[in-house]
Design a protein around this ligand. Structure first.
Ligand code: CP
Ligand code: NVA
Length: 308
């Protein structure tokens, strides 16, 4: 089978996402340690910190019988200027897959271009696809939804910065045909090409997508999702923007506008008191920690589909 990369949610079809979800649920319920990756290796380059993604990929690989190899960017010759081309060609001759968390999305694309093994985006400045596979799994699990068709009936709201996580949620909604509202301050709305791509896919899938700066649009939400106001890599550059996010905080007032039974999601790590109050994150810890646990099951399903 030819190698396939996972750099963006747009790399997946509805059918592929359905299979990933089905497999992830199976792996979660059976809690089986399989031997499918015996003798296989997964390289992992993390240019930024990571707890969930790094550990869940490591554990997923071990539990499936393979070997994860942490490739600290500080110790790679890339640090001394070796090209992505040469690094990708050489690593392809040793490994069965490469997971990359990169500052620049274009670097993940360049790795994918020159690698003959699959490259999986473990977060870039543009997308976080592995995260949102686990997120959709969590929404289905906690709202007891069995099919993508039924998933289309619920209202998913993201409030906060239009960052990598928001871009991937938007892409997931556009591909699957979901009811998704993205709420961000005026100056933080998604870039035009991000919106255009989502609109193009939404046209085909029938997704009901609303992108707005009006927090009142959270009314009736079945899922409220948020993420940090300052993502890794733009902490200093965007520090002054924090105050514009205040009306977009997930707090008790916002939850009063939501549907009864609304769940709260956060990809974590969170900054209590900024994008979400301590009261709400603690009250909804079950959904948020289930979401974090589901990274492991989703990651396994992703590896089973992509690793060569
Ligand atoms: N949500 C997430 O990707 O967490 P980490 O940064 O800890 O991997
Ligand atoms: N948007 C956040 C997600 C962290 C998992 C960041 O990029 O820092």
């Amino acid at each position: 089978m030819a190698k396939k990369d996972l750099l963006s949610i747009y790399d997946l079809t509805v059918e592929e996402i359905s299979v990933l979800l089905e497999e992830a649920f199976k792996l979660k319920s059976e809690k089986k340690y399989l031997d499918v990756f015996k003798g296989k290796t997964l390289g992992m380059i993390f240019e930024k910190p990571s707890t969930r993604t790094r550990v869940s990929f490591t554990v997923a690989m071990i539990q499936l019988g393979g070997a994860p190899i942490a490739l600290n960017p500080e110790n790679l010759q890339r640090k001394r200027g070796e090209s992505i081309h040469d690094t990708a060609v050489v690593l392809s001759s040793y490994l069965n897959g490469l997971v990359i968390r990169a500052f620049k999305h274009s670097d993940t694309e360049e790795f994918a271009k020159y690698s003959t093994i699959p490259v999986i985006n473990a977060l870039s400045d543009y997308e976080h696809p592995c995260q949102v596979v686990a997120d959709i799994m969590t929404v289905m699990e906690l709202h007891k939804i069995k099919t993508i068709k039924a998933l289309r009936e619920i209202k998913i709201v993201y409030t906060g910065d239009s960052n990598n996580v928001a871009n991937s949620l938007l892409a997931m909604a556009a591909v699957l045909g979901l009811n998704f509202t993205l709420i961000s301050p005026e100056q933080c709305l998604p870039k035009k090409y991000v919106r255009d791509k989502a609109s193009e896919y939404a046209l085909a899938s029938g997704a009901e997508i609303k992108i707005t700066s009006d927090i009142a649009e959270a009314e009736g939400a079945d899922v409220i999702y948020t993420d940090v106001w300052l993502s890794m890599g733009c902490e200093t550059e965007k520090k002054d923007r924090k105050k514009v996010f205040v009306p977009y905080q997930v707090n008790a007032g916002l939850l009063r506008k939501a549907s009864p039974g609304c769940i709260v999601l956060h990809c974590l790590p969170a900054v209590r008191g900024e994008e979400i109050t301590a009261e709400i994150i603690d009250k909804y810890e079950y959904s948020i920690f289930t979401q974090a646990e589901n990274r492991l099951h989703a990651q396994k399903a992703i590896l089973m589909r992509f690793l060569v």
